[in-house]
Design a protein around this ligand. Structure first.
Ligand code: G
Ligand code: MN
Length: 391
């Protein structure tokens, strides 16, 4: 099925609310909008429905007798890891609502809910529900991640040497349409330390030595310093470690990267968990208020589910290169990418395809709707700033 055909199937919504009149009126609005709706009056009935039927979205009240919406969320995850759960509450101060989002609810809606907010919320939720399914297909296709092993000896000395000699490479990100017009550059850590030869090794060392904040600050300063000298409108794509979100320096207005925030896209990878970062939504909102934009990196190769979309509300997504590789010869990959780009377009997100190495991959990705492209085909990462070609 194509992405548009998938979208035409009627989506099923489960409403759980002990105020039956309200549940019915929500159901009426959603049915008129083309959804198939099942309404139940408490959490227990909701759990039973979830166990026996398929739903694309669950819309539940937070305070219900017997079982709260948050308990319900936990129960639902026993049966279905992906279905988006949207919570409703009449109490804007309620802490459970914010907590529920950190636990895995997609969002919460404040009662009374206007028709417009309801329909918008359900449209986003059904799109993300499809996204979660497609991501799971991608992960099954690509296989799980392998844990990294390592050796501890000499790590401290190696890391010190590395910090003193590392540099930032930049790789252009080009527009799919205009034949290599540069949209921005991704900054990439490069090490000169032989015992920590690639970025993964440097990050792992920093993690084990508890020195991630120091590494992050240094990298942000290096990238910002180099980029500040450009006076065009190219954007800087900068990779954050999830731990960086906890560093006050990241949101310090005086920090070097903060000063060019409106030109910066912060990439946050799906390869590590973000839902254990305390107050992540507040932190991301503060970054956005400073002008930063957010990209979900490595889509298709990391965690399944909707956490990254729910917590980060990204402006940009970057498809992992394992999905991109050989896409012209893989109908399964092409279908997955086509569905992802279709959904992202509907949600107003830009899609970057990473790791493009051949003209065949580029042509297929352009036809599948990727807006932006990055890879050795256009330019390898290099000292500031490599020229992009369009072979
Ligand atoms: O995790 P993230 O997607 O930020 O990593 C990007 C990495 O991919 C960089 O280390 C970069 O050197 C590498 N890279 C960039 N373009 C290509 C490419 O076309 N092919 C391959 N194999 N690697 C690439
Ligand atoms: Mn990246």
């Amino acid at each position: 099925m194509t992405a548009s055909a998938e979208r035409r199937v009627r989506k099923r919504i489960l409403i759980a609310d002990d105020e039956l009149a309200l549940g019915r009126s929500l159901a009426r609005v959603l049915t008129n909008a083309g959804y198939e709706v099942v309404t139940v009056g408490d959490g227990e009935a909701a759990v039973e429905a979830i166990g026996t039927q398929h739903f694309d979205v669950v819309l539940s009240d937070i305070q219900m007798p017997g079982m709260t919406g948050v308990d319900l969320l936990r129960e639902i995850r026993v049966h279905d890891l992906d279905v988006p759960v949207v919570l409703m509450t009449a109490d804007p101060t309620i802490e459970t609502a914010a907590l529920a989002v950190e636990l895995g609810a997609l969002q919460y809606l404040l009662k009374p809910i206007s028709v417009e907010v309801l329909l918008q919320g359900m449209e986003r939720a059904t799109k993300l529900s499809q996204m979660a399914r497609i991501k799971r297909q991608a992960m099954e296709l690509l296989g799980a991640l392998e844990p990294q092993a390592g050796d501890r000896a000499g790590l401290m000395a190696s890391f010190d040497r590395c910090l003193g000699s590392m540099w930032m490479a930049f790789q252009p990100i080009v527009r799919s349409e205009s034949g290599a017009g540069v949209y921005g550059y991704e900054a990439l850590l490069r090490s000169r330390e032989p015992s920590l030869p690639h970025p993964g090794a440097v990050l792992e060392a920093a993690e084990r030595l508890d020195r991630l904040p120091e590494l992050g600050r240094k990298l942000r300063a290096l990238a910002a310093e180099t980029f500040a000298s450009r006076n065009d409108d190219a954007l800087l794509f900068f990779n954050l470690h999830t731990r960086d979100l906890l560093d006050p320096d990241l949101s310090d207005p005086a920090a070097p990267l903060s000063r060019i925030a409106p030109r910066v896209i912060l990439e946050i990878t799906e390869r590590s968990a973000i839902d254990d970062v305390k107050d992540i939504r507040t932190r991301v909102a503060a970054l956005r208020a400073m002008g930063f934009r957010i990209a979900v990196d490595d889509l298709g190769a990391g965690y399944a589910g909707l956490t990254s979309f729910a917590l980060l509300e990204p402006e940009i997504v970057k498809l992992d290169m394992s999905l991109v590789r050989g896409v012209h010869a893989s109908p399964v990959k092409a279908k997955i990418i086509g569905s992802m780009t279709g959904l992202c377009k509907d949600m107003g997100l830009l899609v970057v395809a990473e790791g493009i190495e051949t003209v065949e991959e580029r042509e297929t990705l352009a036809s599948l709707g990727c807006d932006l492209m990055q890879g050795y085909l256009f330019a390898r990462p290099g000292p500031p700033f490599p020229m992009a070609v369009w072979p």
